[in-house]
Design a protein around this ligand. Sequence first.
Ligand SMILES: NC(=O)c1ccc[n+]([C@@H]2O[C@H](COP(=O)([O-])OP(=O)(O)OC[C@H]3O[C@@H](n4cnc5c(N)ncnc54)[C@H](OP(=O)(O)O)[C@@H]3O)[C@@H](O)[C@H]2O)c1
Length: 325
Amino acid sequence: MTAIAITAPGGPEVLKPQERPTPVPGKGEILVKVAAAGVNRPDVLQRLGFYPPPAGVTDIPGLEIAGEVAACGAEASRWKPGDTVAALVAGGGYAEYCIAHESHALPIPSGLSMAQAAAVPETFFTVWHNVFERGRLKEGETLLVHGGSSGIGTTAIQLAKARGARVIVTAGSAEKCEACRQLGADVAVNYRTEDFVAITKNSTGGAGANVILDMVGGDYIERNYEAAAVEGRIVQIAFQGSPRANVDFRRIMLKRLTHTGSTLRSRAVADKAAIARAVEENAWPLLASGRIAPVLDKIFPLAEADQAHTRMESSAHIGKLVLTV
Ligand SMILES: NC(=O)c1ccc[n+]([C@@H]2O[C@H](COP(=O)([O-])OP(=O)(O)OC[C@H]3O[C@@H](n4cnc5c(N)ncnc54)[C@H](OP(=O)(O)O)[C@@H]3O)[C@@H](O)[C@H]2O)c1
């Protein structure tokens, strides 16, 4: 099969088509003939050499796919060849065939194309787990999302609004702020020209945000503590700034804050299966009814994965980038 390999750590040009053996599904796994694969920021980090695949996982990048089940391994009973699925995978999505654990695959919500379906698993699993399970966001509460126009951000805006929360976002341009408002964000802060702490406080009557989803870190850590409400929950999912910060921790005590975080890829099979069940129960009906939809920025052929990475690193995109096979 043809796959996109990371031929050396480096720029987008190191992504090159290569012939690789078609993988064979093991116990509890399915082989999927990939129709489309989502592109995520962690793929860029892997390409740069900063995010190696977990032990035993293919070196081919790609964390989410949509396609048709081609074969089932031993004891894999949920799916049969010919079924169409969207699946979270630990790697290997940028290829004609990819292995998924059967419990990490979900039926394609009605009305979604393969490209749309491929754009769903990584961000929906991440947002569901971090905003609603770890962050315990409730109806009527306020969520502050950094990077509102990202794949993660556009998912968080839609899920939080659909579940009755108020949403404040940060984004890096007026155009991106407007796109976030169009998706349902109540307040959009251009972080290059405005102060998200002051605007979060002002737009919540001084109370602050109940949950903050942060992918930036660095000096945002202390500012998140300032922007958080009493009993606020701050959930860290990445550090696009520094993973280190000099922070006055007194606010954790005074406001009784919780600062937590997680990373999806390295979680146990059973943990991801539990998240998959929760996503299927809570988010799939919203996708199937058309109430929410993945935001697709641009679709590239698999052979042009380097161009998809170039676009992601330019940060010109709004929403998701997808490869079609
Ligand atoms: N922990 C997990 O399980 C997990 C899973 C998936 C993804 N992630 C992480 O989540 C992040 C988003 O992933 P993605 O695939 O959606 O990537 P993406 O679309 O490339 O998003 C990156 C976003 O970061 C924003 N950003 C950068 N600096 C910022 C700042 N100072 N203030 C506010 N926003 C800032 C960018 O906004 P502008 O373009 O407007 O600057 C952009 O929207 C990545 O860091 C990724 O590694 C974590």
